[in-house]
Design a protein around this ligand. Structure first.
Ligand code: ARG
Length: 406
């Protein structure tokens, strides 16, 4: 028996992969794995239903709690960002691939299949995990390989060809003109691309947003909320301790209602393509802003400056899906150490699309009221005189030389 494990979203591309595995790639045992990282429940249900129709051995793996605790929280500690948005798709891919690897090992499978195209980033992220953990396994990417023509050549699938092929195998997918957007969704963010959105100067229509209200529909009354952190990760909301999953779910809703979390950027993909991307990530935007505010309170100036570099490197490795890269581990050793003091609370005000830090407190605060306040007597101001005189000494020597030389 030849067994293939398909990373299955339940969408059109991966559904087409199922009959293809039998007809073109010759597998007689097809296992589909759908990993729940917080995509709509309807997507999960659809995957289960289609797997049944297409006759696969199907598994749904609920990885939501693990995703938040081990992936999102790591991204928080590292201020996980790529070119100005909180990375979300990229941090879910390693977990999804890991779950596929677990299933494949248990089943003694010979191959993996995934629905990534040859243009995007996900092929890199998913295959890296598979190759690292199970180098002996074959990897098949039917969407990247394209449709086989009668003369043996291959060409990219068109949407209507896919629908026709899927329906010929028992699915019932309507040929509609909608569903123009390509959407990827998990607890940390929602990405919308495709259609006219690809034009960099096309303003995103309101209909692409599902987690965030338009400014016109946000409440007039601002919402104050307090996030508690321990070792750089959120643990409570308004004083109430809750699990990571509860906290992210609650914050996505609250911040989304206030229109917080929309990001519209140009993004440089791994292959060099510049793409226009829209994101909704209310919880991530709020938590990351709060986390940075707390770091600014407890870390030294030198630590903050150095960590900004570490964070940027980490964000790039995570974006590329190099989840087990030794440099990533090294950076995390530093990150986890420095987060030992990132414990405290941050209060934010959410209103009309913005999330603003209005207060922060920590037992590790490097702040002394007496030293900083203007009317203090503790700090002898006359002691500054000597320091001011030597400030910029070399810089002033340079200018006196220039003046002398004319
Ligand atoms: N460009 C983002 C990334 O590489 C998101 C891609 C999500 N895919 C989508 N079909 N919307 O992480």
């Amino acid at each position: 028996m030849s067994t293939v494990v398909l990373v299955y979203s339940g969408g059109l591309d991966t559904s087409v992969c199922i009959p293809l595995m039998r007809e073109e790639y010759g597998f007689d045992h097809i296992i589909t794995v759908t990993v729940d990282v917080g995509q709509p429940a309807e997507d999960i249900r659809q995957a289960e239903e289609r797997a049944k129709t297409l006759g696969t051995e199907h598994y749904t793996v609920d990885a939501r709690a693990e995703f938040v605790e081990n992936y999102c929280w790591l991204a928080v500690r590292a201020n996980g960002d790529y070119q100005g948005y909180p990375i979300s798709t990229s941090i879910a891919r390693p977990l999804i691939a890991l779950k596929a690897v677990e299933v494949a090992r248990r089943a003694g499978a010979q191959a993996y299949a995934h629905g990534c195209t040859g243009k995007g980033n996900d092929q890199f992220r998913i295959e890296y995990i598979m190759r690292t953990l199970t180098p002996e396994m074959q990897i098949i990417a039917p969407m990247r390989e394209g449709r086989r023509l009668p003369d043996g050549r291959r060409e990219p699938w068109t949407r209507s060809e896919e629908i026709e092929y899927a329906n010929a195998h028992g699915l019932n997918i309507p040929q509609t003109k909608d569903r123009i957007w390509s959407i990827d969704e998990n607890l940390w963010g929602r990405s919308i691309e495709g259609g006219r959105l690809e034009e960099p100067d096309y303003a995103p229509p309101e209909e692409i947003f599902q987690w965030t209200r338009s400014l016109a529909e946000t409440p007039d009354e601002p919402r104050l909320l307090t996030i508690g952190f321990e070792n750089g990760a959120p643990v409570s909301l308004d004083g109430e301790r809750m699990s990571g999953l509860e906290l992210v779910t609650a914050l996505n809703k609250i911040a989304g209602e206030h229109g917080v979390g929309r990001v519209d950027i140009m993004e440089d993909r791994m292959l060099g393509l510049k793409v226009r991307e829209n994101y909704e990530c209310p919880a991530a935007v709020v938590i990351l802003a709060a986390h940075r505010a707390l770091e600014a309170l407890v870390s030294t100036q030198a630590e903050l400056k150095f960590k900004a570099m570490v964070d940027r490197e980490w964000g790039e490795l995570a974006y590329k899906g190099l989840w087990f890269d030794p440099l990533k581990e090294d950076l995390e050793a530093f990150i986890n150490k420095i987060q030992e003091r990132v414990t405290g609370t941050v209060t934010m005000r959410l209103a009309k699309g913005s999330a603003v830090v209005v207060g922060r407190a920590s037992e590790w605060a490097l702040y002394n009221e007496d030293l900083a306040s203007f009317d203090s007597k503790t700090f002898d101001q006359s002691e500054s005189v000597g320091m001011v005189k030597t400030h910029g000494l070399q810089s002033r020597m340079y200018w006196s030389l220039r003046h002398r030389k004319g």
